[in-house]
Design a protein around this ligand. Structure first.
Ligand code: RIB
Length: 312
């Protein structure tokens, strides 16, 4: 299957959550209360973040998710409405909207996240099927690992059967059914997830190459390992290359940088860029996202990205 498709539609499947973030100068110990340096409430959930990133960067995008029957229903819809993001949302009457608690190191911008998928834990193949008539061969299908593994595996399998370019962002890491790798055209673990998949500690470039080869052997066609500020390593079906990270200034908050990367990747592919060009584009978008607080809120628009690229 070729990646050279023009203006394809992007379907992002997975969770929405409300992120409550605290900027702190130390980790909280059991039984301890600490005073945060700052806080932020914003839209989160990896799928929603990735869909917003793809849309802000110009991709025609639909988010497939679930919300609870609570106040966050209108909050989520207002956020998506502002971005003119197309959505397919089922309301769950029993579970709340997803919620995440995030601690961000005030000095380094590094984060720790606890997420409760809430209503999206019930996402199923039926949510995918509700959009199936709109899905076409060559479209992009992107999902993560915040909904149940059974659902994740069945939607990837179906998307692949339809001939879509399937991207699996295995975050957060969970046990992966070996058969699923054949349904992933592209897999995008970060360093930690790649170590968990392969059992290879990633200390240097050679380890990253070994890990990519091990993931290829599992049946994935193309592999991208994101390496934080170091950029990303890509196997595009022919060779392994390294794309350096882009440094645009002081890092404020790294939360959601991976989501921004995945959304940007889907967007670039939907416009017909090849995989290496798409990874370069995504490294730049993610590099820009860490300069601001929040997850979806910090994803750059196409205009912001083009402007920033002229400055470095
Ligand atoms: O990747 C960051 C995201 O993970 C946050 O927005 C949080 O909601 C969790 O889903």
């Amino acid at each position: 299957m070729t990646l050279q498709t023009k203006n394809k539609h992007i379907f992002v499947f997975g969770i929405f959550a409300v992120d409550i973030s605290f900027y702190v100068d130390k980790k909280v110990k059991p039984g301890e209360t600490i005073i945060a340096k700052g806080s932020n409430v914003g839209p989160g959930g990896k799928a929603s973040n990735q869909a917003i990133s793809a849309k802000k960067l110009g991709g025609n995008t639909t988010l497939i998710t679930r919300l609870g029957n609570d106040n966050f229903y209108s909050y989520a819809n207002t956020i998506w409405g502002k971005e003119k993001l197309s959505t397919s949302v089922k309301i769950d009457r029993t579970l709340p909207t997803g919620m995440a608690g995030i601690f961000i190191d005030d000095k380094t911008g590094e984060n720790s996240v606890i997420v409760h998928p809430g209503a999206s834990a019930q996402l199923s193949i039926n949510d995918f099927n509700s959009q199936k008539s709109k899905m076409q061969r060559g479209d992009i299908f992107l999902t993560q690992f915040e909904q149940s593994s059974d659902t994740t595996f069945s939607v990837l399998k179906e998307a692949r059967k339809l001939g879509m370019i399937t991207i699996f962002n295995p975050a957060p890491f969970g046990k992966i059914n070996k058969k699923v790798y054949q349904s992933c055209e592209i897999i995008t673990p970060n360093e930690t997830e790649a170590e968990q998949i392969t059992d290879i500690p990633l200390k240097g470039k050679r380890d990253v190459q070994k890990a990519i080869n091990k993931i290829r052997d599992l049946g994935v066609e193309k592999v991208i390992i994101t390496l934080g500020k170091k950029g990303a390593a890509v196997f595009d079906g022919d060779e392994i290359t390294f794309c350096p990270g882009k440094n645009f200034g002081k890092v404020i908050d790294t939360t959601g940088a991976g989501d921004c990367f995945n959304g940007a990747l889907a967007s670039a592919l939907s416009f017909g860029k090849d995989l290496k060009q798409s990874v370069e584009f995504s490294c730049a978008a993610a590099g820009l996202s860490v300069l601001k607080r929040g997850t979806a809120q910090s994803s750059p628009t196409k205009i912001e990205l083009n402007k920033a690229l002229k400055t470095i």
